[in-house]
Design a protein around this ligand. Sequence first.
Ligand code: GLU
Length: 312
Amino acid sequence: MARPAAPGDETTAAKAVYCGRFAPSPTGPLHFGSLIAALGSYLDARVAGGKWLVRMEDLDRPREVPGAADAILRTLETCGFQWDGQVLRQSTRTRAYAQAIERLSEAGLVFPCACSRREIAASGRPGVDGPIYPGTCRRRPPPGTGARSLRLRTEQGNLLVRDRIQGELHQDLAREVGDFVLRRADGIHAYQLAVVVDDGFQGINQVVRGADLLTSTPRQLYLFRALRLLVPTYAHLPLVVDGAGRKLGKSHAAAPVDPDAPLPTLLRAWDFLGQKPFPEPPADLAEFWTQARSAWRMDRVPSRPSRSLPTG
Ligand code: GLU
């Protein structure tokens, strides 16, 4: 069976012209947690003289909130973010994901799976992201042609992610995550696959995003290697949590960024990212961006994976 390239096989693209991105999912309006990812990724790219792309991760149509994608883009514009090129929408990329699965299948890395969530929960051990797949269909292909997902074979061995903020993360995919889904039983391609195919397609070499995705990164590294794509450098920003330590996400009805008053929110995001207060408070958005671009320092971002919201 062909195996993904060994660690160290890939050339990292860190020395190429910086190409970063912001990749929101249109499951609600832009909230403060997403603004943090937008601001960190944008400033880091612009200060490096790099490109900053926006990709709409609208794969999961059943979870999409109508109008959310446009609302997110409008809020970004109102805040003064300027992206390069066209927004890439994952809903237009189904063929590319299918082709990637074909390549992985040719390498002997894909198998169909007929297990239900309940079966996996009952027989899998707890892992870093839900129960670890117990290997049922990997050992014995499912009978019949019923609805099934496609999974990627993982293998034992240490994967190392060197994160610019969080330091080193070691993960053994087979032991800690298990064979993971590439295409769900409902036909929707999985985030892990789509994000790698698209980061590769768009030439992204620097990923700056929320620390909720830190434990997904080894899965993505494994896929980058298996698809022989350049592995980006990662920086995982602290996650905004509420007073009770819960992730501030759309699911917790986080307050959307007010498009009518973006400056105070941008200043709170700046503060949240551990940046030095401005000598003079910026009078308007243009001044905010000028000052932010000259003062941004990634090494000031706190390495705690989560922080509660600043008050005020
Ligand atoms: N679409 C993901 C989200 O909104 C982010 C994916 C990524 O940055 O890799 O949480």
